[in-house]
Design a binder for this molecule. Structure first.
Ligand code: MRU
Length: 349
């Protein structure tokens, strides 16, 4: 089978349409976007989430803003307002570096165009956004092929959060490796951590795997150690939101706990991420900005509340796994075992 049929986002009738990931799997619906501000709100509110998908959405946000302004605004005003569009997108979420990577790439296209008519620039920005989307699928497939070699037939693979088609333009990073292994004829059984508090594992990973009949078993986050201690997990594979120059990995809250447990039980811990997730400007994980989200995600869910009124709550959305706990980093350029500064830098040569 080709890349998964899940279409996280698509260009339709001059607008960006994105699956509303907040309501999956109960409802499957698209929301249409027509400006940088609306796309930024879609990112902030988690209609779209997952590092590569956020990057793709931001690229479309820039293109949509340029198209919108091109029909009404001229000259200096156009440039000023497009700048404001970049700013609003940059402020949507802080941790996934793919967002900033995509904005930088779009800015370079703008700069390279020089003085051209706004509409011509807008169309060029739109074609760049399309290219970023298409490229992401190609990258995920390359990663999948490299990573699939690491998984044995009949492997029971634990994953945390959702690093699947929904978190990317298609195929996925961590789930892309699993999909590619399945395509190569291996029998893989997935164990999905539910991923409190936003439940990306329970809602999205479980749904994605079931769409393709890949066996998946849902567990709560606290059950991972128990299964590992019973010899029921052969490998762990996760995605990443930002990887520092030394190989430290920021990913969904709870990933660090899984990595420590994996080391304790001698289970390989793999991270699958494209080069656009690596931030060479940040030396170690300590420098990665960690998003703190609203307390309401922790004390309840939607309309229900289970914690007492007034209780103090923390809600960091990501944590950092030190490079020393990473067995291998899977990228589109190949697999890096025991990643360190030198090996990571070499990926960019
Ligand atoms: O808060 P989210 O859902 O955007 O967090 C997503 C993750 O942490 C993913 O594991 C990561 O972005 C990799 S997605 C290919």
């Amino acid at each position: 089978m080709a890349t998964s049929m899940v279409e996280t986002m698509r260009w339709q009738n001059g607008k960006l349409e994105m699956i509303d990931q907040r309501v999956l799997p109960a409802q499957f619906e698209f929301i249409a976007y027509d400006s940088a501000a609306s796309v930024a709100e879609g990112i902030r509110s988690m209609v779209v989430r997952g590092a590569p998908a956020i990057g793709c959405a931001a690229a479309y946000g820039v293109a949509l803003e340029a198209l919108r302004l091109a029909s009404s605004t001229l000259g200096e005003q156009f440039a000023k307002q497009l700048e404001a569009g970049f700013d609003v997108l940059a402020q949507s979420r802080p941790t996934a570096v793919n967002l900033f990577w995509a904005l930088t790439r779009m800015r370079r296209v703008w700069q390279a165009m020089g003085a051209v008519e706004p509409l011509q620039l807008a169309q060029r920005l739109l074609s760049e956004a399309h290219e970023i989307l298409a490229e992401d699928v190609r990258i995920n497939r390359a990663m999948g092929e490299h990573g699939a070699l690491l998984l044995k037939n009949e492997a029971r693979v634990l994953t945390h959060c959702n690093a699947g088609a929904l978190a990317t333009a298609g195929h996925g990073t961590a789930l892309g490796v699993i999909r590619s292994a399945v395509e190569a004829g291996k029998r893989i059984a997935v164990i999905a951590d539910e991923t409190r508090p936003f439940l990306q594992g329970a809602r999205l990973t479980a749904w994605e795997m079931m769409q393709e009949n890949i066996p998946v078993t849902l567990i709560t986050d606290g059950m991972a150690g128990h299964l590992m201690s019973r010899g029921e997990v052969d490998a762990v594979i996760v995605g990443a939101d930002r990887i520092a120059a030394n190989g430290d990995v920021a990913n969904k809250i709870g990933t660090y706990m899984v990595a420590v447990l994996a080391r304790r039980h001698g289970i390989p811990f793999y991270v699958a991420a494209p080069l656009s997730t690596i931030d060479l400007e940040i030396k170690t994980g300590a420098g990665i900005p960690i998003e703190e989200r609203d307390a309401s995600e922790v004390y309840g869910f939607r309309e229900s509340r289970w914690a007492p009124e007034g209780v103090a709550v923390r809600n960091p959305a990501f944590d950092v796994t030190p490079a020393e706990l990473v067995t291998a980093l899977i990228t589109e350029k190949g697999v890096v075992h025991a990643p360190n500064d030198a090996q990571i830098l070499a990926l960019f040569r």
